[in-house]
Design a protein around this ligand. Sequence first.
Ligand SMILES: Cc1cc2nc3c(=O)[nH]c(=O)nc-3n(C[C@H](O)[C@H](O)[C@H](O)COP(=O)(O)OP(=O)(O)OC[C@H]3O[C@@H](n4cnc5c(N)ncnc54)[C@H](O)[C@@H]3O)c2cc1C
Length: 386
Amino acid sequence: MSEQTDVIIIGGGMAGAGAAFEISRGRKVVLLERESHCGYHTTGRSAASFTENYGNGVIRRVVLASRAFLTEPPTGFSDYPLLSKRGMITVARADQLDLLREDLEAAQTLVPSIVAMTPAEAIARVPVLRQDYLAGAYIEPHSMDIDVNGLHQGFLRGARAHGARVVTKAGVRGIGRQGGQWRVETEAGTFLAPLIVNAAGAWGDEIAMMAGVRPVGLQPKRRTAFNIPAPAGLDITDWPLVNDVGAEFYFKPDAGQLFVSPADATPSAPMDAFAEDIDVAIGAERLERATTIEVQRVSRSWAGLRTFVADGSPVVGPDDEFADFVWLVGQGGYGIKTSPALSRVCASLIAGGGLPDDVARQGVSLAELTPHRLRGAGSQSRQAAS
Ligand SMILES: Cc1cc2nc3c(=O)[nH]c(=O)nc-3n(C[C@H](O)[C@H](O)[C@H](O)COP(=O)(O)OP(=O)(O)OC[C@H]3O[C@@H](n4cnc5c(N)ncnc54)[C@H](O)[C@@H]3O)c2cc1C
């Protein structure tokens, strides 16, 4: 027995959940997730940060196009606000001041609320920062925390309310053709649909190869994070996220503890990533160099895969050879905060439209997102043989 649907989405992380929410408004959707719960991989391991000043230009414009949804989600989407105030301070040592100046100038063109601050002002906000470390800083006051679980569950709940079916423990093992449609074999049965959305994160190229579609060159990169107890005697609740301008570390309050990352980006195969002791030690050493904190105990450590293509921008849209195979991958370290806009772009392209107006107004172009940009000239759309 096989189940017939309009669209099969592979992957139940933030990308697949967002796509299911948007596409199921007009089509019958089945979302297939290999694990026993959606969000087990990268989606459940992020820093939960919404900053408009991180990632390449395409990412930043897509983030701007996502802000309205996150600030004011549809009625009934979530019981609590999805964004909460955090702020982000970018810090520099004396040898990083040129970089800080360049970074600040570029940041202000897109996010005018970003302003320089003196080391003393930064230390007043985050008193553990070392005077003898800090030479310059700037602040993005409107950077926020995202309720990742609230957003992810809101997408899944909304998709189900639109009639979508979310099937867990449904690892895709084979993809073929039957009667002009895709035939997807999983641990939970066989599914048929005229259209596949590939939202399999680090496994996106593996899914493509199963379907006989050329990979786009996804490279998963491991990023480590860990929690340490809050420094004794300090109320850290309102500290902003502190980010090193040279991408050597960042830290922020996280449910009463500190979240710390060495901002590593180690190439990895697609896998259930875990934190290596050496990366936790590097993170602790960088934190101790920049602050007065002494890391005595790590209460939890983990890692996730941030998955990129060569130009660092997401890949959204129909494959150039197989128009019925739609990519939604390559969100890198930005897949939570970009999910509202990218989900809508994906749904709009499937419906035969272009970019949603508000996304285009932010200066995003289809050419920057399409998988075509990653192929040489000369590839053409064709329908696979049955
Ligand atoms: C430490 C860290 C910090 C981060 N911080 C931020 C941040 O502050 N802000 C932000 O916006 N982003 C952040 N990110 C990035 C963000 O988490 C990712 O971009 C996002 O979660 C990617 O979502 P996804 O759905 O593409 O991938 P995933 O969540 O990995 O989902 C892919 C799903 O596909 C499923 N799958 C794979 N193969 C199959 C198969 N054969 N059959 C069925 N299912 C399959 C997997 O099981 C998985 O559930 C961070 C990432 C890390 C690791």
